[in-house]
Design a protein around this ligand. Structure first.
Ligand SMILES: *[C@@H]1O[C@H](CO)[C@@H](O)[C@H](O)[C@H]1NC(C)=O
Length: 452
């Protein structure tokens, strides 16, 4: 009898274990389903051209940031319905699948220079079938899609084996590379930058008496061609300044993310010792002295080396939907991309570490190019499982209210968007003139930024 009882318990325990496992599984499923329901796109959209004051900008709230409650990766197995028929999502899902440790046959640790990567992007085109035909996309996007798998463009002009202008007599690794997106037409912008905030060479930090407060700065302009060989003017400019990097692809708005990817590739080869990159447009104004000081401080913080692996800071926008208004230059229809954009720093100007630049290059090999360059940065970042940090000293939408009128206003910021080449010399002179009295003006809202 005792023996009989004992076996019953065994059966009972066995049955209960099966029940418990089943219940847990169902619970998990229910949770995923609920999450996918609540992952609906937020109702606001943002068109940067319409924004004047910073108040109305949906800057990522840092509580939100801490909880990472936005812009998840599409879970390509359970949530494949979320990608719908959107062209980009479908193609990216094929690639993400290869790197999903649960579903793919390898562990994702593929040798980085393996030919696997070379074939990956084109491969997604043959694997995706039965989706929206590209003919249903607007003409500009059709053009984008036709070369979306390509990034093997040759380099037409580059400084001779050097990481940009400013490489003479350096006694230590460069602190900062200024990498500025420019175009053939914007010679004036480049010249104004060269003569003001973009001067290469040694730049002293704010407190020049403090040891190690300065750093070497280098400069490069990121350019593309228009299917023609470089003009004689541009060649002469390159010979004179050594700061032109030009690739052989068409210089259009939708091709801008190519400039980021090819910059990372070039950086990994020629700048590997450089500590930081400032990526900006040629219509921004930077307080270089303040930026050098800020970067030096970052290197002095505890665990700096570890932090550098993920360091990216700028004016961060999180959880926004693509612009669905077809008159906007940022227009992305929902048959091209669904879901929200992962948090990204506004492309006008942001900073990241050299270590991260190299990681971004590697991860970019498995992220399809995207027509909006800022969003592309976010898409690469989220696949490294990291998030850019918001800092209010990046003034993408100008000074809030009357802040600009204060004597030391330009000493409280790292960069400001939309300053013309003719304004830059005056601003630069103003910064130099007010240096003494404003030397200890703190960066805008530094308290919040440091506590993120
Ligand atoms: C991007 O550049 C390539 C190569 O020059 C070109 O074929 C393509 O049309 C360009 N894409 C867009 C959207 O302009």
């Amino acid at each position: 009898m005792a023996k009989y009882n004992y076996q019953w318990t065994k059966v009972l325990v066995g049955a209960c274990t099966v029940c418990a496992v089943l219940a847990l599984f169902l619970l998990g499923l229910a949770r995923m389903w609920c999450q996918s329901e609540s992952d609906e796109e937020p109702s606001f959209t943002v068109d940067s051209e319409e924004i004047s004051g910073t108040q109305s900008v949906p800057v990522i709230q840092f509580e939100l940031w801490k909880k990472k409650k936005f812009a998840r990766l599409p879970k390509t197995f359970w949530q494949s319905h979320l990608t719908g028929d959107a062209f980009w999502n479908k193609h990216q899902a094929v690639i993400d699948y290869h790197f999903n440790p649960l579903l793919s046959h390898h562990d994702g640790n593929i040798e980085l220079d393996s030919p696997f990567y070379e074939s990956l992007l084109p491969q997604s085109f043959s694997e995706v079938s039965g989706f929206v035909g590209t003919m249903q996309l607007p003409e500009m996007l059709q053009d984008f899609v036709s070369s979306m798998h390509r990034r093997d463009y040759s380099t037409l002009i580059q400084p001779n084996g050097l990481c940009g202008a400013g490489a003479t007599d350096e006694k230590e690794a460069p602190l900062l590379l200024l990498a500025i997106k420019s175009t053939d037409l914007n010679f004036e912008n480049r010249q104004a930058i060269r003569e003001t905030w973009g001067q290469a060479g040694w730049v002293s930090g704010q407190n020049s008496k403090r040891k190690g407060s300065g750093g070497y700065v280098r400069r490069i302009f990121l350019m593309a061609s228009n299917g023609q060989p470089p003009s004689s003017e541009l060649l002469a400019e390159s010979t004179l300044y050594g700061d032109i990097l030009q690739w052989d692809f068409k210089d259009t708005f939708f091709n801008l993310s190519l400039k980021d990817v090819l910059l990372w590739k070039w950086f990994s080869r020629y700048c590997s010792r450089t500590r930081f990159v400032f990526k900006g447009d040629d219509d921004v104004f930077v307080n270089t002295v303040k930026m050098i000081t800020y970067l030096r401080d970052q290197l002095q913080r505890p665990q700096a080396e570890k932090r550098m692996k993920t360091f990216m800071v700028g004016y961060v926008i999180g959880g926004t939907s693509p612009i669905r208004d077809d008159s906007s230059k940022y227009f992305i229809p929902d048959n091209f991309y669904t879901g929200v954009y992962p948090a990204y720093p506004c492309g006008g100007g942001f900073l990241y570490s050299g270590v991260l630049a190299k990681r971004l290059y590697q991860v970019s090999k498995r992220v399809h190019l995207f027509p909006i360059d800022d969003a592309y940065i976010g898409m690469c970042m989220i696949r490294l499982n990291i998030f850019p940090i918001h800092h209010p000293a990046f003034l993408i939408y100008g000074f809030p209210g009357k802040d600009e009128e204060a004597q030391c206003s330009y000493h409280t910021m790292l960069m400001i968007h939309k300053r013309s080449p003719s304004e830059m010399p005056d601003l630069w002179a103003h910064l130099r003139k007010t240096e003494e009295e404003c030397w200890d003006a703190p960066l805008r809202n530094v308290y919040i930024a440091q506590h993120l």
